[in-house]
Design a protein around this ligand. Structure first.
Ligand SMILES: C[S@@+](CC[C@H](N)C(=O)[O-])C[C@H]1O[C@@H](n2cnc3c(N)ncnc32)[C@H](O)[C@@H]1O
Length: 268
């Protein structure tokens, strides 16, 4: 297929744009990725130059196009029950200690398509029989947020879902939904998804006893990472837990949190 070429100068303009808007640091190795992800926008406008497309996209009044670029340049890989140790910790170490008269609030802070939030929802519905829980999912990417709100997925990488949860909370589509997996409506109604850019001041959406900030810190430089952790810690209640991805680290940026394990932190 015909592939438009991006010059170093053009690549740097997109690199600065995504850093400025989302805090994401793209390394020079990401040139091919940027080219392949944005090529369809050039074709949409019948353009052959990334520079011309950049000029158009950054014009005043082109916020929708700018959001499309943000959606295309964020990496949204996720799957159900990813990093199972966190779900074991939630089931064995957090849930048994909860005050059953208090609403348990969870924030999936870079939720992508919502598979993380629905995995937590399945566990909470199963283990907490008081219905006193709620989950907020948020992301900077509009496309994944729409998918999350629908709770309708391709039936791939579902092997992490425990067999009894698959039976109880997931429905395999037929006819036009062949190959799709639909989350139980009761769970969809309990999980809310909103747009949150973690690099901006956070809105007033309450505090949480558990925050999952997993597999997103890797995209930020140390300064951005530290600022985000500081804001997220303010959203965590005393005694609450923060989960980060297993490949990530809070070294030097714990902002008063106590380390329970390499990817689990507690607010004293
Ligand atoms: C790799 S996914 C991780 C999804 C999920 N937490 C998991 O571990 O499976 C990273 C997500 O972070 C989001 N993201 C990147 N920068 C962000 C920012 N500045 N604010 C909010 N979300 C951001 C991306 O859109 C993407 O959906």
């Amino acid at each position: 297929m015909f592939q438009e070429r991006i010059s170093d100068a053009e690549f740097n303009r997109f690199k600065d744009f995504i850093y400025d808007r989302a805090g994401i640091r793209l390394s020079d190795e990401k040139k091919t990725l940027v080219t392949s992800r944005l090529s369809k926008r050039l074709r949409h406008y019948s353009m052959t130059s990334f520079g011309t497309y950049f000029d158009l996209m950054t014009e005043l009044g082109r916020e929708k196009e700018q959001q499309i670029v943000i959606d295309l340049l964020t990496t949204n890989e996720t799957f159900f029950f990813r990093e199972p140790k966190h779900f074991e910790f939630l089931a064995n170490d957090i849930i048994p200690t909860l005050n059953r008269n208090k609403r348990f609030r969870v924030w999936s802070a870079a939720s992508s398509t919502g598979k993380e939030a629905y995995s937590v929802a399945m566990l909470l519905d199963d283990k907490l029989n008081n219905n006193l829980w709620e989950i907020l999912g948020s992301d900077i990417n509009h496309t994944v947020l729409q998918e999350a709100a629908l709770g309708l997925y391709q039936q791939d990488r579902i092997d992490g879902i425990p067999a009894d949860y698959l039976k109880k909370y997931c429905f395999k589509g037929k006819d036009e939904f062949e190959g799709k997996l639909l989350i139980d409506k009761g769970l969809i109604d309990r999980v809310k998804f909103i747009y949150v850019n973690l690099t901006l001041p956070l809105d007033e959406f309450g505090t949480f006893q558990l925050i999952l900030l997993r597999n997103v810190l890797i995209y930020f430089d140390n300064e951005t990472k530290s600022q985000i952790i500081k804001k997220v810690v303010l959203k965590l209640e005393s005694g609450g837990f923060l989960f980060i991805g297993h490949a990530e680290s809070l070294k030097g940026f714990t902002h008063g949190l106590i380390r329970i394990s390499s990817s689990i932190y507690k607010k004293p």
